[in-house]
Design a protein around this ligand. Structure first.
Ligand code: GLP
Length: 240
């Protein structure tokens, strides 16, 4: 895993956006794997600014998101589909039909997982953007998730619900489960860019860089992939 240290959140976002823009310029029909959370927000902002300023087009790009809360529809402000529309899709020339996010309100969730997994495998992700949870989760793959996992329903860890409760009125409102691409689904991507910013992620990065590769720490699976770049700021790298 290549590690690129940057000064702060802004620099991390600028660099991550550069990777994505380069990818799209090189291959206009790229498939981008996208993530939600506070971490990639600045990257998306940069992509929007660049599209406005330099006319970068996403008209042929397809995107596939990592995860979605079970039970939240696309009009729920905390759903990940809503997040993606508000923070990126509504502001660039991407076509809605080319953006995939799991359906958290699917009647048959098992079927939704199977279809999403088929999509991940057939679409071929060129570049996957990732954040990391405080407990090392990627997507919503909580500690203990097997590395060979495909898209599945996951019961969210208390620490994850607590960390994500900042976006909801109360922690009780945070859904108890989610659909997530599995670890093996994520590893199918040709290239992965993992982002981390701030002291809250310092322990997780310490474990990632120096710890064992084991399912107790999901992000460690990334060490099995040949083309991963970690872009992290000094605060997040403080314990590495
Ligand atoms: C969430 C998401 C992850 C994200 C992580 C970190 O639970 N499912 O995809 O990477 O938490 O979030 P943040 O970037 O807000 O710290």
């Amino acid at each position: 895993m290549k590690v690129v240290a940057v000064r702060d959140y802004q620099e991390m976002s600028d660099l991550a956006a550069k990777y994505i823009i380069q990818q799209v310029k090189k291959k206009p029909s790229s498939v981008l794997g996208l993530a939600t959370g506070s971490t990639p927000k600045g990257t998306y902002q940069k992509l929007i600014e660049d599209a406005e300023k330099n006319g970068t087009s996403y008209a042929q790009v397809r995107t596939i998101n990592l995860d979605e809360y079970v039970g939240l529809g696309q009009d729920h402000p905390q759903s990940y589909r809503y997040f993606m529309k508000a923070n990126l899709f509504n502001h660039i020339d991407i076509l809605k039909k080319n953006t995939y996010v799991p359906n958290g309100k699917a009647f048959n969730l098992d079927e939704e997982c199977q279809c999403y997994e088929q999509l991940v495998r057939s679409i071929g992700v060129d570049l996957q953007l990732l954040g990391i949870g405080v407990n090392g989760h990627i997507g919503f793959n909580e500690p203990g998730t097997p590395f060979h996992s495909s898209t599945h329903i996951v019961k969210l860890a208390d620490s994850t619900r607590k960390a994500n409760s900042r976006f909801f009125e109360t922690v009780e409102e945070v859904p108890k489960s989610a659909i997530t691409m599995g670890i093996d689904s994520i590893l199918q991507s040709k290239e992965i860019v993992l982002l981390a910013s701030g002291s809250k992620k310092a322990d997780a990065l310490q474990k990632l860089v120096s710890g064992k590769t084991e399912d107790k720490f999901p992000a460690s699976a990334l060490k099995l992939h040949p083309n991963v770049t970690l872009i992290a700021d000094y605060e997040a790298l403080a314990k590495v």
